[in-house]
Design a protein around this ligand. Structure first.
Ligand code: IPM
Ligand code: MN
Length: 356
């Protein structure tokens, strides 16, 4: 089969880690007889420098016309002082919105081989955990009305959180369907003791839950969820939450896996054209040094094979190769013990490819 993949390398370590994932995909293609073709498009700071805009129309069209999109990361200090709608991050929101990617799947699991990198107490880490965060990605405060206005204390800035019933229903269904394939438990995270959007969120979650009597639903307030994640992460299976809560909790979840450099994500709509990216950022401090951990992006490529192309055997093959690399004690610097030797981005990529 032929698959066309749009590459959004972006900024910082983005280009390095995307190239690692491309090398892995090429090897998978060779092994299983698929042809992956890659077309690069500009996004983020790189696009600002080249065209003046963070998300050129050509990039949007290119992504829409591809079978799938692989993204590195966007942003960096160079563009930090631009106004909000000209920042590299705006491109990320723009492409999510343009492709209608309302579902963001962020798996966070503790690899037994990395238990030592987990900052939690040994008695907690030894239980392991395997959580799937289902983050709503095209609504909420990220996309609500914002600006400046005259307030009680003079000029004030404001952002607004909005959720419609439809937006909550469709992400609820994704969460329940996901839970059906896992351990049939959903924790819906909200702030229903304060926010009206959360009260609607909670109500709709329970209505949709009736269609899934085999799945257990529980509500968790976001402050409590943040606490429970470090106290006893093994209690969670699927977590479904709003755009901003999902952003925050997924970073927290990644940190307890030992490194943010390990976590992939899939952003999906109703079609099979998805966008796949590591959840970490552009890490400008290590960009260009060749030491970034490529695993999150390599695992994102595996998610692409699974979710966009239904190539589950091929996806398993990548995930097993990553397991094996970790079990063999190979580490990039972010997951290496202090003072222990570590591999470069290319060496880690080669190690994964050798195990495919
Ligand atoms: C993420 C990032 C983005 C987000 C930023 C860069 C806009 O933090 O993908 O988690 O907040 O969604
Ligand atoms: Mn984030």
């Amino acid at each position: 089969m032929n698959y066309s993949i749009a590459l959004l390398r972006g900024d910082g370590i983005g280009p390095e880690i995307v190239d690692s994932a491309v090398r892995v995909l090429e090897k998978v293609g060779e092994k299983f007889g698929h042809n992956f073709s890659f077309t690069p498009y500009l996004i983020g700071g790189a696009a600002i420098d080249a065209t003046g805009a963070p998300l050129p129309q050509e990039t949007v069209d290119g992504c829409k016309n591809s079978d799938s999109v692989l993204l590195g990361s966007v942003g960096g200090p160079k563009w930090d002082n631009l106004p909000g709608d000209k920042r590299p991050e705006k491109a990320l929101l723009g492409i999510r919105s343009a492709l209608g990617l309302f579902t963001n799947l962020r798996p966070a699991k503790l690899y037994p081989a990395l238990a030592e990198a987990c900052p939690l107490k040994e008695s907690v880490a030894e239980n392991g955990f395997d959580i799937m965060i289902v983050r709503e990605l095209t609504g909420g405060i990220y996309f609500g009305d914002r600006g400046y206005r005259e307030g009680k204390y003079g000029k004030e800035a404001y952002d607004t959180e909005c959720y419609s019933r439809m937006e909550i229903e469709r992400i609820a269904r994704v969460a329940f369907e996901t839970a059906r394939k896992r351990s049939k438990k959903v924790a819906s995270v909200d702030k229903a003791n304060v926010l009206e959007t959360s009260r609607l969120w909670r109500k709709v979650m329970h209505e949709i839950a009736e269609e899934y009597p085999d799945v257990e639903l529980r509500d968790v307030l976001v402050d409590n969820a943040a606490m429970q994640l470090v106290r006893n992460p093994a209690q969670f299976d699927v977590i479904v939450t709003s755009n901003m809560f999902g952003d925050i909790l997924s970073d927290e979840a990644s940190q307890i896996t030992g490194s943010i450099g390990m976590l992939p994500s899939a952003s999906l709509n109703e079609t099979t054209v998805g966008m796949y990216e590591p959840i970490h950022g552009s890490a400008p401090d290590i960009a260009g040094k060749g030491i970034a951990n490529p695993i999150a992006t390599i695992l994102s490529a595996a998610m692409m094979l699974r979710y966009s192309f239904s190539l589950s055997e091929e996806a398993d093959c990548i995930e097993k190769a990553v397991d094996s690399v970790l079990n063999d004690g190979l580490r990039t610097s972010d997951i290496a013990a202090i003072g222990a030797p570590s591999l470069s981005t290319d060496e880690m990529t080669d190690a994964v490819i050798a195990r495919l």
